[in-house]
Design a protein around this ligand. Structure first.
Ligand SMILES: NC(=O)c1ccc[n+]([C@@H]2O[C@H](COP(=O)([O-])OP(=O)(O)OC[C@H]3O[C@@H](n4cnc5c(N)ncnc54)[C@H](OP(=O)(O)O)[C@@H]3O)[C@@H](O)[C@H]2O)c1
Length: 221
């Protein structure tokens, strides 16, 4: 097997862990990280593409045609980017543009998307992040059908600290201690990334993975 994985959001808490787990995984031949800035670590299996444009990927058609699986952890918190237009651009438009480019470069590509617990697929929520994540999920379903797995984690504890620490991390940190007792509300970056990788190797990918299912899926690695 020679699987090539694309990681989007590779400088973030989940994305950086995805890269770590992918390079360790013998089932994966190579990893491409698409990022707006260089990654901290390098590896012989890892190729980093630094770019500014996350809406147009025509220059990468050949690169994308060789990708078997995309693990997408690109996103922002509404706390970081409260402006609705900017939040939608990053959370919806960037993700959908990449998804379309991947699908047209390789119709067999699989896509694993980190959404979030509470995403509203009716697209009617008055809470911006819930609505926009729901819109992203729906557009991705239209593009990939059953080659898509949506992950809806709750709080994701960063096992390796983020390069860019955020103030709200200090608020959430104590919740990690509750992970054993509240598996439906707390997970961590290792669990999420291992679960995403494992799911991408499944004969049939689940359509959606909720927080409480992550541990079992991660354990299959
Ligand atoms: N953390 C949680 O508790 C949690 C819970 C549920 C769902 N989620 C979702 O999971 C996903 C990953 O979360 P995370 O905690 O790993 O996020 P994170 O640490 O903030 O990382 C986000 C990634 O997206 C990239 N990104 C953000 N804005 C961008 C822009 N304008 N252009 C290009 N790249 C951009 C970041 O690049 P830079 O490093 O350059 O900024 C980074 O690589 C997000 O979609 C989030 O909504 C997170």
């Amino acid at each position: 097997m020679s699987v090539r994985v694309l990681v989007m959001g590779a400088t973030g808490a989940v994305g950086a862990e995805l890269v770590r787990q992918c390079v360790k995984d013998e089932r994966i031949e190579s990893v491409v990280a698409l990022s707006r800035r260089p990654l901290k670590d390098s590896h012989s299996k890892l190729k980093v593409i630094v770019r500014e444009d996350f809406l147009n990927y025509s220059d990468l058609a050949e690169e994308l045609s060789e990708i078997d699986v995309c693990c997408c952890a690109l996103g922002v918190s509404q706390v970081q980017v409260p402006d609705p237009k900017q939040y939608t651009l990053i959370t919806l438009d960037y993700v959908v543009a990449a998804a379309k480019a991947l699908k047209s470069a390789n119709s067999d590509v699989r896509f694993c998307f980190v959404s979030g617990m509470g995403a509203d697929e009716s697209e009617k929520s008055s809470v911006l992040w819930r609505k926009v994540k729901g819109q992203a999920e729906n557009r991705l379903r239209e593009i990939f059908g059953n080659q898509l797995c949506i992950f809806r984690p709750a709080y994701i504890h960063p096992i390796h600290p983020r390069e860019k620490q955020m103030w709200h991390e200090y608020f959430w940190k104590p919740f990690f201690g509750l992970k054993r007792f509240m598996p439906q509300f707390v997970t961590d970056t290792v669990e999420v990334s291992k679960a995403m990788i494992n799911v991408s190797f499944a004969d049939e990918m689940p359509k959606m993975v909720h927080n409480a299912e992550l541990r079992t899926l991660a354990g299959k690695l």
